[in-house]
Ligand binder design. Structure first.
Ligand code: PLP
Length: 455
């Protein structure tokens, strides 16, 4: 077996890590952590640390680590049939079963599910389907996509453009010109402190209307949004936001893509975030919770309104030229089937609602009054603590101080993983959906200790 030092050197010399400061990493100035195992809500690393994972990897290991049922399903599938493609009507029992299970759980009005590999590629698929749809309908100009500042939709060319965070645009020549951004429903950062929640919803609607008027509804194909903004700061929308947005979209014949990569399959205490907020999406993007990240798999769920036009399109034009070699990969599909069965048998959607509410309530009472906590917010098994330099003015700390990262580091020292969200000093929590109340208590206690140490 390689020594820790050898492995660390190979890591620095050979491995191009995603979302990493490349220079610091190569010079050995950035942390390296080699993860060796996981069980339930905990992971272990090569240095012998056992860490409570308050972010479920990247909000994806929803059933928790080390589930033998999923490992066995993957092994069985690999032995029986590791791969065959899904082009031109081919399939595997696992992929067909998973498609049926997804459709049984999907919100009303959905017609079919397409399987890819990542949240990014599922969003790319959904955008292409929206463009195809408008071409078939004879509206070739209706192509722009509206997303929100602080939205996160991936880091490909199109999805990186849809993402509304500077980190993912800078120096990449993004966003592409078909993408336009509108206001995030971020009530804590509302433009005027005197605004009520309903005033602020009206403000977001007015911003959206103004953007549509500026570009013309005949150039705008779709609006994409996460039910709860995730990577942009874990921001649940103010009451009434989604119905108000939906009304504008319906009036201008603009499709809605619900990006449920984080919220799909239970994280908000409902199977989908669309159910939770009464959204009526035309397309839904899923990934993470579909397999709890035991294998890469994503889903683009297509609503009836779009599906009918797609089938008409292929009747008129022949085969649709869209697919990946690994679409509906049998091993990913087998993991998905076992994962969804576990979510049901363990009651994890319900647990996300009840233990998630407990985590949020406890976090609010433990740190909500801290002099540098501006807001504790969350929904289901998502929670955020936003740090501020000044509670009255809601002023940010200077970014160079890295306060959020320092608190996260102080938590890690105590054995709990939180995430410093990429824009602003926001501590993010998105634990596995199987979190217990005792584990929620530990996350909260360690957050309080770390805040006391750093701020
Ligand atoms: N959409 C949302 C809401 C996400 O949170 C993410 C990833 O975090 C993505 C899309 C992109 O998914 P992936 O990283 O699997 O490409």
């Amino acid at each position: 077996m390689l020594t820790n030092d050898e492995l660390a050197r190979w890591d620095r010399e050979s491995f191009f890590h995603p979302s990493t400061h490349l220079g610091q990493f190569a010079r050995g100035e950035a942390p390296q952590r080699i993860i060796t195992g996981g069980e339930g809500c905990h992971i272990t690393d090569r240095d012998g640390n056992r860490l409570l994972d308050g972010f479920a990897g990247l909000y994806c290991v929803n059933v928790g680590y080390g589930r033998p049922e999923i490992a066995q399903a993957i092994a069985d599938q690999a032995h029986q049939l590791a791969y065959y493609h899904a082009y031109a009507g081919h399939g595997s029992e696992a992929a067909i079963t998973l498609a049926q299970m997804v459709m049984d759980r999907a919100p009303q009005g959905m017609a079919r599910v397409y399987f890819g590999l990542s949240g990014s590629d599922a969003n790319e698929t959904n955008i292409k389907l929206v463009w195809y749809y408008n071409n078939i309908l004879g509206r070739p100009k209706k192509k722009k996509i509206i997303s929100r500042w602080r939205g996160y939709h991936g880091s490909g060319l199109m999805t990186g453009s849809l993402t509304g965070l500077q980190l993912f645009h800078a120096k990449f020549d993004l966003p592409l010109e078909q993408v336009i951004h509108t206001e995030a429903p971020y009530y804590f950062r509302r433009p005027d402190a005197a605004m009520s929640e309903s005033d602020f919803v009206a403000h977001c609607v007015a911003q959206l209307e103004a953007l549509i008027a500026e570009h013309g509804a005949d150039t705008i194909a779709a609006f994409i949004g996460e039910p709860v903004l995730g990577t942009g700061g874990i921001v649940p929308p103010p009451a009434g936001y989604w119905p108000a947005i939906q009304e504008v979209l319906d009036r201008h014949d603009i499709l809605l893509i619900a990006d449920e990569v984080v919220t799909g399959f239970g994280r908000l205490g409902t199977m989908f975030g669309s159910d939770h907020y009464g959204m009526r999406p035309d397309l839904i993007t899923c990934a993470k919770g579909l397999t709890s990240a035991y294998a890469p798999l994503s889903a683009s769920i297509v609503g009836t309104r779009v599906w009918d036009v797609l089938t008409r399109g292929t009747d008129e034009n022949g085969v649709m030229g869209h697919g990946w070699t690994y679409s509906a990969h049998p091993i990913g599909a087998a993991a998905g089937v076992a994962n969804l069965k576990l979510i049901d048998s363990l009651g994890l959607v319900e647990n996300a609602g009840t233990v998630g509410a407990y985590l949020n309530d406890r976090m609010r009472s433990a740190v909500g009054d801290h002099a540098h906590v501006g807001e504790v917010r969350g929904e289901g098994m998502l929670c955020a603590v936003e740090l501020v330099a000044d509670r009255d003015t809601r002023r940010f700390f200077d970014a160079s101080e890295g306060k959020g990262a320092k608190v996260v580091a102080a938590m890690l020292k105590r054995g709990v993983i939180a995430r410093a969200m990429p824009q602003g000093d926001i501590l993010g929590f998105a634990p596995p959906l199987c979190l217990t109340r005792e584990e929620a208590d530990r996350i909260v206690d360690v957050t309080a200790e770390a805040l006391a140490e750093v701020l």
